[in-house]
Design a protein around this ligand. Structure first.
Ligand SMILES: [Zn+2]
Length: 112
């Protein structure tokens, strides 16, 4: 499985948890407090996906679009985090569709 495909799996996992909660939110108005608690589940999936789907060359998350290239606090605030993973790494240009995302192989930034 590529990093790109893995990113989409996290997207669908989060969406399949979140969409029923949104439907419930609008259909059952008096019982909304529990929905906010249950929203923790898709939030955990989103955060896991963000940190798990990284470019193996530069380590940037596939969900972050690096428009502003400087890696500083300003860059962190400007660069948006998207719902979908990107096909090509916006930091180093690696093809995330081709790049295999194996959990057992460790490639650090110094490998390239
Ligand atoms: Zn990269």
């Amino acid at each position: 499985m590529s990093t790109y495909q893995k990113g989409w799996r996290f997207f669908w996992a989060a969406a399949s948890l979140m969409i029923p909660l949104w439907v419930w939110f609008f259909l059952v108005p008096p019982d909304r407090s529990l929905i906010f608690v249950l929203m923790a589940a898709p939030t955990v999936v989103v955060l896991t996906g963000y940190f798990a789907c990284r470019c193996r060359i530069c380590g940037k998350s596939a969900f972050r679009r690096e428009i502003y290239s400087e890696r500083s606090l300003v860059g962190t605030m400007i660069n948006p985090v998207a719902f979908s993973p990107e096909e090509f790494c916006s930091r180093c240009g690696a093809d995330l569709w081709e790049q295999q995302a194996h959990r057992d192989e460790h490639h650090s930034c110094s490998d390239n």
